[in-house]
Design a protein. Structure first.
Length: 230
């Protein structure tokens, strides 16, 4: 099965996706048109939040940087960062990169960097974490690879905010976040979420169904437009 094209940072096609990762799985469920734009046409969906999150993940990868950071040191961390796992569900190869992993406990932590909405609502709370499919997907990866998995994965929300810029207008000093530059607020919140065997089994079935849908759709796309090599 193939699920789309692999694009380099320069936008060149370097091959086809043979591993279904969570981001692709989730994108297909949310918006098939967005999936096709990203994985067939190579459209970039990079935002200030994704760039900032990547930079912060680099700090979390190194134990010494994590310990010395005035804010990130408050976020829990296991010994193995960015653990890449692949396995096979039926005839579907799936994969994912776990932010922080404990081999002894087969436990995981997923970091989320995000800011509050304009009305002050947090991007993560207990209800949202409970509905978050990624924790189930990654639990399957761990269980398939290591034959066991901790039932209580953690999601750690590390709050961000846009830096304010002062602007003089008509004799008044106004604040705006037009610069779109992010920073950490210092607030770190840890959520534990139970993932049951039944949830994993349901998602295993869903993964196979989604993979078949994507593979058929991608094959139809290639038949209609011809294979792309540029």
């Amino acid at each position: 099965m193939t699920f789309g094209y692999i694009y380099s940072k320069d936008g060149e096609i370097t091959g086809e996706q043979t591993v279904l990762r969570y981001s692709a799985f989730d994108t297909w469920l949310k918006s098939k048109s967005s999936y096709r734009e990203k994985y067939y046409l190579g459209k970039s969906f990079t935002t200030p939040e994704t760039v900032f999150g990547h930079e912060m993940h680099n700090f979390m990868e190194t134990a010494s940087k994590h310990r010395k950071h005035p804010i990130l040191k408050n976020a829990p961390r296991y010994d193995v960062p960015e653990k890449d796992i692949t396995c096979t569900i039926g005839d579907v190869k799936i994969g994912g990169r776990i932010d922080s992993f404990c081999p002894e406990l087969c436990a995981m932590i997923d970091y989320k960097f995000g800011h509050r909405s304009k009305d002050g609502k947090a991007p993560w709370d207990t209800v949202k974490v409970h509905k978050h499919r990624q924790l189930v997907f990654y639990s399957i990866l761990i269980e398939e690879k290591f034959k066991k998995v901790d039932r209580w994965p953690r999601l750690v929300w590390i709050e961000t905010e846009f830096e304010k810029e002062q602007v003089e207008f008509d004799g008044h000093t106004l604040e705006t976040d037009a610069t779109r530059k992010l920073r950490l607020t210092g607030h770190v919140e840890v959520f534990k979420r139970l993932v049951t065997k039944e949830e994993r089994n349901r998602m295993r079935k869903q993964i196979q169904e989604v993979a078949k849908e994507i593979a058929e759709d991608f094959n139809n796309y290639k038949n209609e437009h011809g294979p792309r090599t540029d």
